[in-house]
Write a protein that binds this ligand. Structure first.
Ligand SMILES: Cc1ncc(COP(=O)(O)O)c(C=O)c1O
Length: 409
């Protein structure tokens, strides 16, 4: 019998999925483990997609997307970043993660290295390993609000490093990187001649400061940026994202790879994306306001219960410190689900930088988030009491009402 020799066999399993599958078997579970917006796709988007399907937009499109959508996206990116962007530079993808996975394959060779932030979104590593790449990490620390230090990024670069993944607003940490940090990373990439892969899935969800896109900071076409309709427009199941790829060779290769694998992104999904992009944007503002309000309420609840967290500045995730109860975040998450019916993502699944923490999604319904966090706090308290006197939490509680407070404390 032949045996697989594929690098895909080495793809690690995400701990988020493990918790999700267990939570799906518990009808009473409060689901705070996945990043799924609680809203459904706006009605006008669904109506436009249905009308377009009836009008016959049901065939294949170009492997890099329909021209009308790419034109609208190029205008959108130009307006948002100030960098004139041509429709040819836009590749419509089967979601942002598909774009990033294709870019890794098209820009790097097997055996070369990509650097990820630690904590990391597990799917980046999965895609890199599937492409036969080596994965390195650069640290981002809770004490710095999970914003990387440029010198740490540079220190992580080795002889085989060819690309750096950047994600702001960040999953899993909610960190938003200041412009100076992003400029510093671009400068490091220039000095070492690296690609920068910027995952900007959460570009519409910053709570305190406007989003800074890396496309606007790119001076020599080394930045590839990935966007998604999934979170912005509550369209996770439609599977549409897009990449801005200034390098003509890499974007041509991405087109070839898409042709070889998916033929093209779903045409009806692309029609829906066009409606989402060009129609009213009230749902985006409403979602941002709701996530911000949930962030503030969640941080206040944890502070009142004496539990540390890193106050997120964007996206819709909250890293909660459970290290005063246990250093084993997986055991904590499994027991929280089994005993109190709350599903959260164990920090260990995101890397060393998140050990002793769990990630809570703020994209669930507000009452569910607060009820879930209350039960989480009960669990921490119960474990602390069972273990006897414990050292002070690694992170002091955060006060949401203190507008001047640093992002992380
Ligand atoms: C950082 C990040 N990148 C990519 C994705 C996947 O986005 P899409 O649904 O567009 O593939 C997610 C989804 O959770 C994410 O958090």
């Amino acid at each position: 019998m032949p045996r697989t020799s594929s690098p895909v066999a080495g793809v690690p399993r995400s701990g988020i999925r493990t918790l999700m599958e267990l939570a799906l078997r518990d009808p009473d579970a409060i689901r705070l483990e996945v990043g799924e917006p609680d809203a459904t796709t706006p009605e006008h988007v669904i109506a436009a997609a249905a009308a377009d399907a009836r009008a016959g937009h049901t065939g294949y499109s170009s492997s890099t997307g329909i021209a009308e959508l790419r034109e609208a996206l190029a205008a959108h990116v130009t307006a948002r970043t100030g960098r004139p962007t041509h429709p040819d530079e836009v590749v419509v993808t089967h979601g942002a993660m598909h774009g990033l996975a294709m870019a890794l394959q098209c820009a790097l060779a097997p055996g070369e290295q990509v650097l990820l932030p630690d904590p990391e979104f597990p799917n980046w590593r999965m895609a890199a390993v599937a492409a036969g790449l080596d994965v390195g990490t650069y640290p981002t620390r809770a004490a710095h609000g999970f914003v990387p230090r440029v010198e740490d990024v540079e220190r992580a670069i080795g002889p085989r490093t060819r690309a750096i993944v950047v994600c702001s607003p960040n999953n899993p940490t909610g960190a938003v990187y200041p412009r100076a940090v992003l400029e510093g990373i671009c400068e490091v990439a220039r000095r070492h001649d690296l690609w920068v892969l910027s995952d900007e899935c959460y570009d519409e969800f910053t709570f305190d400061d406007p989003h800074v896109g890396l496309t606007g900071l790119d001076r020599d076409d080394r930045v590839l940026t990935f966007f998604s309709f999934s979170k912005t427009h509550a369209m996770t199941g439609w599977r549409v994202g897009y990449a801005v790829v200034p390098d003509p060779t890499v974007r041509d290769l991405m087109g070839h790879l898409a042709e070889a694998t998916i033929s093209c992104p779903s045409t009806i999904g692309q029609r829906a994306a066009l409606a989402a992009l060009t129609g009213p944007q009230d749902h985006v503002t409403a979602a941002r306001d709701a996530y911000r309000a949930r962030r503030d309420a969640a941080v206040a609840l944890l502070a009142a219960r004496g539990i540390g967290c890193v106050r997120p500045a964007g996206a819709f995730y909250l890293m909660v410190d459970v290290s005063s109860a246990t250093s084993d975040s997986e055991a904590f998450a499994l027991r929280l689900l089994a005993e109190r019916h709350v599903a959260v993502a164990p920090g260990a699944t995101f890397g060393d930088g998140a050990r002793g923490m769990v990630r809570v999604s703020l994209a669930a319904d507000r009452d569910a988030v607060l009820e879930g966090l209350g039960r989480l706090a009960d669990q921490v308290q119960a474990w602390r009491e069972a273990a006897g006197p414990v050292p002070a939490p690694a992170l002091a509680p955060v006060l949401a009402s203190d507008a001047e407070a640093p992002t992380a404390v």
